[in-house]
Write a protein that binds this ligand. Structure first.
Ligand SMILES: Cc1cc2nc3c(=O)[nH]c(=O)nc-3n(C[C@H](O)[C@H](O)[C@H](O)COP(=O)(O)OP(=O)(O)OC[C@H]3O[C@@H](n4cnc5c(N)ncnc54)[C@H](O)[C@@H]3O)c2cc1C
Length: 309
């Protein structure tokens, strides 16, 4: 069974999520990748190194859902599996493509049990559904953080195909958040703060601990709504879904909507004044006390050990 994956990228760099999709789907047959970008070559070169990739197709054009859907619709006849990351691009493209192909998509896949058997969270992550997709073609979005990345070292051929057609939509601008932190969606360590952090200045403490540990920074919706943290740090049902090796939750109660975003975390450490908080009960390690005392102590200990910058 050959799979076609639409590469996720920021216009210049291949997202690490694509390597995870390749690893998830390559056990079921060869994987082709489509790179749709104004300058697709450097992204395609990175994609061609991923183990399990048979061919990388490049198409020149803006990565807009209208153009991507038109392109994928013509390519779909060759592929029993079409897959995208459950990112904002994937969530935009897949429903439109599903309507055009008249098939039902399987979204937010977190495990693949066979070429037509998939596991996905339902009820805001409170239950996992295993389903057999009996349609002849499967259209999937995958939560990349649930899968390990593919190895590199491959040199798959890169083949240009037709340019993407003109779209009625135009990309006006892309605004990037500058920073050298790991990507929240795929980071190995995430340090996150809740509304108890109290202010944007308070979040500098969370960032300081994060920097020491080489971690990505997350936040609860309450912290984001209060203006203490930017929107793209939000973790949870309506934010990012993460699966780090270590999740450090600071002043976070553990509301169901937040827990929906951290189910894939392998180890959880909680810092909270309330020993009864749901996240404290869920955590592998809990430090009960005031975050404004504990976090500076942790930073000082890491400094003593010479960990981080
Ligand atoms: C439709 C919908 C979608 C939602 N989506 C999301 C989502 O995606 N992500 C999300 O996070 N939330 C989401 N929410 C909101 C969610 O229900 C909670 O309100 C939110 O997660 C609570 O955030 P919090 O833990 O920061 O705040 P709180 O629940 O107020 O918890 C604060 C915690 O900090 C502790 N604390 C207080 N002071 C200190 C201190 N000095 N030191 C240490 N600990 C301290 C308290 O004991 C408490 O446990 C959603 C809600 C709805 C209705």
């Amino acid at each position: 069974m050959t799979t076609l994956i639409l590469a996720d990228h920021d216009g210049d760099i291949l997202s690490p999520t694509t390597a995870r999709l390749v690893a998830a789907l390559s056990p079921f047959g060869p994987v082709d990748i489509l790179v749709l970008a104004e300058n697709p070559e450097p992204i395609a070169r990175a994609a061609s190194t991923l183990a399990g990739v048979a061919t990388v197709f490049t198409s020149r054009g803006e990565m807009l859902s209208e153009s991507a859907v038109a392109l994928l619709e013509t390519l779909a006849v060759h592929y029993p599996i079409l897959a995208m990351c459950a990112s904002s691009a994937g969530k935009d493209i897949v429903p439109r493509l599903a309507a055009r192909l008249d098939i039902m998509p399987v979204t937010d896949v977190v495990a693949i049990l066979g070429p037509d058997r998939f596991v996905r969270p339902i009820y805001a992550g409170n239950a996992l559904q295993t389903l057999t997709d009996s349609q002849p073609r499967h259209l999937l979005t995958l939560r990349a953080s649930a899968f390990p990345p593919a190895a590199t070292g491959n040199a798959a051929p890169i083949q240009p195909i037709e340019d993407a057609g003109q779209s009625v939509a135009r990309l006006i601008a892309t605004h990037r958040t500058p920073g050298d932190r790991p990507d929240l969606a795929t980071a190995r360590i995430v340090v996150a703060g809740g509304v108890a952090v109290g202010s944007a200045e308070g979040f500098q403490l969370i960032e300081m601990l994060g920097r020491k540990l080489g971690a990505a920074i997350g936040a609860t919706r309450a912290a984001v709504d209060a203006g203490y943290a930017p929107n793209d740090w939000q973790v949870g049902q309506t934010g990012k879904v993460i699966a780090p090796d270590l999740y450090i939750a600071i002043g976070i109660s553990g509301a169901l909507q937040h827990l929906a975003g951290i189910q894939g975390a392998k180890r959880i450490a909680a810092i909270n004044t309330d020993p009864e908080a749901p996240l404290v009960k869920l955590a592998d390690v809990a430090l009960i006390g005031d975050l404004f005392e504990i976090v500076p102590q942790l930073i000082a200990e890491l400094e003593k050990l010479g960990v981080g910058s």
